[in-house]
Design a protein around this ligand. Structure first.
Ligand SMILES: C[S@@+](CC[C@H](N)C(=O)[O-])C[C@H]1O[C@@H](n2cnc3c(N)ncnc32)[C@H](O)[C@@H]1O
Length: 291
C-alpha cells in the first residue's frame, strides 16, 4: 500500500505543561511536563482539540474524545513525519506510535547512511516503530531492525508497508539487544552504523531485564566491538531517562570511542513548533558520532 498524500503531524503550540498537536485530521492535547511557559495560541485553539490525553496517578492515563468523536480504528489513522508515513496508535501511556523529537536524528541518519559505502549494514537496537530504521534504509543502507517485542515488530512492519521506498530493504529481528550484540560479536559480523534508543527499563524477548543505569556502559562496550570503525561509520545514542544529560551521554560515547572523542556531539532532541519561527519543544537527549 502506498500513501503518497498522507496528512502531516504538526506541533501547533506548547505551554502550561501541555502540547497541542495536529496529528493528521485530529487535533490533540497531551502533557508536556517541561513546557513551563505560557501557550502562544489563544485558548479557543486549544479548546478545539478532538481528543485530550490525561495522566492518572495510578500510572498510564486516559484518552477523552470530544464532540461524540470515536478513536479511529487501527489502520485508519496515518500521518507523515520526517519523510515517513506512520500508523498512529494511541497507547495507554499517551504515546502515538512515533517519537516526533527524533526528526533531527532521522535527517542525520539519512545523510550519514548515504555517506557509507554502498550496501553497508546498519543496526537499530530498541527499534520500536521504525523511524530510525527507515531513515537509514532511505539513505541507502541495509537496515536491521531489532526489538524485543513481537507486537512492536509487527507494527513497524505495517509502517514499512505504508512507505513504498522501503520495500524489501529491512531485516527484522525479535531479540534482546544485549544478547543479539554478543551473538554478532561471536560471529564477527560488523555494522557501519548503529542506533540505540534504550528505554529506562525494559524486558528482552525471553524476559531479560534491561536497566539503563546499570546496563548502558556494558552495551556500549559490546556495540563498539561490532562497529566497523576502519572507514566511514556512525553511532547514535538517544534517551529520555531521568538522571542523564546531553553531556553525560556524550561522555559515554567518548569513553566507548576514545579515538573519535573529538567528533562526538550531543544535545537535546527538539520538536519544531509552528506557533512561531524557530520555536521548538525539547524532548530527550542525543549523543552521536560520525566518521
Ligand atoms: C524508547 S522505545 C524506542 C523508541 C524508538 N527508538 C523511536 O525513537 O522511535 C524502546 C523500545 O525498546 C524495546 N526494548 C525494551 N527492552 C529491550 C531489550 N532488552 N532488547 C531489545 N529491545 C528492547 C521496547 O520493546 C521498545 O520498542
Amino acid at each position: 500500500m502506498n500513501k503518497p498524500n498522507t496528512p502531516p503531524y504538526l506541533l501547533l503550540d506548547t505551554g502550561s505543561c501541555r502540547k497541542l498537536e495536529q496529528v493528521g485530521p485530529y487535533r490533540i492535547v497531551r502533557p508536556a511536563l517541561n513546557a513551563f511557559w505560557r501557550p502562544t495560541l489563544p485558548e479557543k485553539e486549544w479548546n478545539a482539540a478532538d481528543a485530550v490525553f490525561e495522566r492518572q496517578s495510578t500510572g498510564g492515563g486516559v484518552w477523552t474524545w470530544k464532540r461524540g468523536l470515536k478513536q479511529p480504528e487501527e489502520g485508519n489513522w496515518i500521518v507523515r513525519w520526517g519523510e515517513v508515513n506512520f500508523l498512529v496508535k494511541p497507547t495507554h501511556f499517551g504515546h502515538l506510535g512515533f517519537f516526533a523529537e527524533q526528526i533531527g536524528n532521522w535527517a542525520w541518519l539519512r545523510e550519514s547512511s548515504a555517506l557509507l559505502p554502498a550496501g553497508s549494514d546498519t543496526l537499530n537496537l530498541f527499534a520500536y516503530s521504525g523511524g530510525a530504521t527507515f531513515a537509514m534504509a532511505q539513505g541507502g543502507a541495509n537496515a536491521c531492525h531489532l526489538d524485543a517485542s513481537r507486537g512492536i515488530i509487527d507494527w513497524a512492519n505495517k509502517n514499512q508497508a505504508l512507505n513504498n521506498d522501503l520495500k524489501g530493504k529491512i531485516r527484522w529481528i525479535c531479540d534482546d539487544a544485549m544478547k543479539f550484540v554478543a551473538r554478532e560479536q561471536r560471529r564477527g559480523h560488523k555494522y557501519r552504523g548503529i542506533v540505540l534508543d534504550p528505554p529506562s527499563f525494559g524486558r528482552g524477548a525471553q524476559g531479560q531485564v534491561w536497566k539503563i543505569e546499570s546496563d548502558i556502559a556494558d552495551l556500549l562496550a559490546s556495540v563498539r566491538a561490532i562497529l566497523d570503525t576502519s572507514g566511514r561509520f556512525f553511532i547514535l545514542l538517544t534517551c529520555h531517562s531521568p538522571g542523564f544529560s546531553a553531556f553525560s551521554l556524550g561522555r559515554m560515547l567518548e569513553q566507548a570511542f576514545p579515538d573519535f572523542a573529538a567528533q562526538v556531539e550531543s544535545g537535546e532532541m527538539l520538536i519544531p513548533e509552528t506557533s512561531a519561527p524557530g520555536r521548538a519543544l525539547p524532548a530527550g537527549l542525543y549523543a552521536r558520532l560520525r566518521n
